[in-house]
Write a protein that binds this ligand. Sequence first.
Ligand code: 4AD
Ligand code: MG
Length: 462
Amino acid sequence: MKERISALLKRTPSTEIVTAEGWVRTKRDSKNVCFLEVNDGSCLKGLQIVIDKDKLGNSDTLASITTGCSVICKGPIVESAGGDQAVEMAASDITLVGECPVDTYPLQKKRHTIEYLREISHLRARTNMFGAVARVRNTLSFAVHQFFQERGFAYVNTPIISASDAEGAGEQFLVTTLDLNNVPRTEEGKIDFSKDFFGREAFLTVSGQLEGETYAMALKNIYTFGPTFRAENSNTKRHLAEFWMVEPEMAFCELDGNMEVAEAFLKYLFRTVLEKCPEDMAFFSKFVEAGMEQTLRQIVESPFAHMTYTEAVKELEKHNSSFEFPVAWGSDLQSEHEKFLTEVVCKRPVIVTDYPKEIKAFYMRLNADEKTVRGMDVLVPRLGEIIGGSERESNLDVLTQRMLQLKLDPQAYWWYLDLRRYGSVPHAGFGLGFERAVQYITGMGNIRDVIPYPRAPKLADF
Ligand code: 4AD
Ligand code: MG
């Protein structure tokens, strides 16, 4: 395989002729010399190609090279005379592979707004910022697998099309083959899903947790990492209709063990990015979120804060006058409250536990007070909730009661209840919103800018 630009930049100068393939980022011309910055997305800053116009035969080619063109350059890597880079290529040959008409190319030299770039998602990875996001996201994906594989967790692929609502919140997208112009109806006038491809109602999954639990009851420690879908009003800077979730599930594990893994996992991700993406992280620290690298370094060095929901509410109530939504025991925490807890009260990530059962999902283990459940949310400054998880209810009767209270049909979840019938064991797990992690680490303001093709209300063409 030919060397990528990132590898060429690390070479020591020699007379060996090497090849650089990529897209022209900038072109600077003077009478005798032409400078191109060529990048292939393997790093933030590309390779400077210096062309001595007198020596290069094909000067027509050079004239048609503009920003965005794809090129193949050959020449030795030499010490750079300029101060910006250690080495550059003294090109002896250039091939223009694909032209890029200047007048219509949507990426002009000037700095574009992030909103404009969102409208050209198919081209935005060619900018410094979106290239850096893509590399950090890639590094994080690999680190997710590495963290769990190093600890003996098995990667389980849970279904995307599912009959059950894992969160019981009714935020599912319906998947159907029924003809919308001629919807079959039952005698009672309801939509007849028995005529559907699946012979019943089917949905896009909101979480792989329940199916993940079935495998944890066999393999002990598992994780899923896949797309999940929520038909909730996602018109915020931290919600998507389609997002990726990492969901570990551990048998013979209670809430404390769950919190330990969640903290170790986040720190592992932060450390990996600092170590593997220093150039991109320096870019984010400089242009996107001031000092983000330093912030991550501090987080990795110190323990997360811990508080119960009840303690959190006591703290928040003191400042109710400053909130848009004042808090009282029982209310769900809004993002303004999560920000306050992390940025003002704790000044670091905090794990909040033991929420009122009314505001959490049916599967969370009921505490002895019968009012709260063993749920945990990991909140981070600036963003709020990044992880949601819990110890699961492992008692068949209690779980069945909880489902009935929440008007869920236990029969529809018979297979899930089987896990409590046959060899039930305390178990726990959590879900990390993968885009929230990328958003936090890069400091990007809007979650739509950390996934290649964001899905939110009003779908774009791509
Ligand atoms: O808190 P949530 O809803 O928890 C679950 O789905 C559990 N089944 C997880 C588990 O215990 N296995 O979602 C988990 C995380 C949230 O903390 C958040 O980071 C992210 O998923 N998330 C979203 N990210 C982007 N857009 C959305 N609409 C999201 N909804 C949740
Ligand atoms: Mg949650």
